[in-house]
Design a protein around this ligand. Structure first.
Ligand SMILES: [Zn+2]
Length: 109
């Protein structure tokens, strides 16, 4: 089975240019979307940053809603757990969406 992250092109003769930075590489140095390692790492880091911001924003909004509107008096730890779970889940989802979006635009930045 082909792994999603580390799938490489087979060794094909000739020069290939990275779809992100347009530098020239051997075919084995690019992944199946024709991206080099540096571009993948840049896009991953950027997507992670966006994911943290989106997840943090949603979690902060949820926390504000819970503590201002619901005003829980019991099980505060449970509500904090809900906010943390929301942060983790939303940041992961936003990271993957943003990474897909960067891949689709073929621009790592
Ligand atoms: Zn590149």
């Amino acid at each position: 089975m082909i792994g999603l992250r580390k799938a490489r092109l087979p060794d094909i003769a000739g020069d290939f240019s990275c779809a992100g930075c347009e530098r020239t590489f051997r075919s084995t140095e690019l992944d199946r979307h024709f991206w080099c390692d540096a571009c993948v790492a840049t896009a991953r880091a950027r997507a992670k940053r966006v994911g943290w911001i989106v997840g943090g924003g949603i979690a902060a909004a949820l926390a504000a809603w819970i503590f201002l509107v619901l005003q829980p008096t019991m099980l505060i730890g449970g509500w904090i757990g809900v906010v943390l779970a929301t942060f983790w889940l939303c940041s992961r989802i936003a990271t993957e969406f943003w990474y897909g979006q960067l891949r689709f635009r073929r621009r790592p930045r």
